[in-house]
Design a protein around this ligand. Structure first.
Ligand SMILES: [Zn+2]
Length: 104
């Protein structure tokens, strides 16, 4: 599906600011697209009211999403830290999973 098709599809969930009908049958014209934003001209299929909308385009996320408390994606520095830590670790897997496993 192209961008215009996607926007028209999503527009069904919104209402016209003029007539308050759903925008299921609207016309969408792409005015500009830059980086993660695009500007579109939307014409209501019901009353013909035209307005401009600026949309933020988000990259597709993994269906499972990020873990609840995840703030940032894992960086290569994080991976290096894990690698360093595992290199020095000589306990069991269970000990590894404990936040502060005591080693005797
Ligand atoms: Zn309308």
């Amino acid at each position: 599906m192209n961008l215009i098709g996607l926007i028209r599809e999503r527009a069904r969930n919104y209402r016209c600011v003029n007539c308050a009908q759903t925008l299921g049958d609207c016309e969408v014209r792409l005015l500009s697209q830059k980086d993660a934003h695009c500007t579109v001209e939307v014409t209501c299929g019901n009353c013909g009211f035209t307005f401009i909308a600026v949309l933020l385009l988000k990259p597709k996320t993994h269906p499972d999403g990020l873990p609840k408390h995840a703030q940032e994606p894992i960086s290569s520095d994080d991976l290096l830290d894990v690698h360093e830590r595992l290199k020095e670790f000589d306990g069991s897997f269970t000990e590894l999973l404990q936040p502060r496993a005591r080693r005797n």
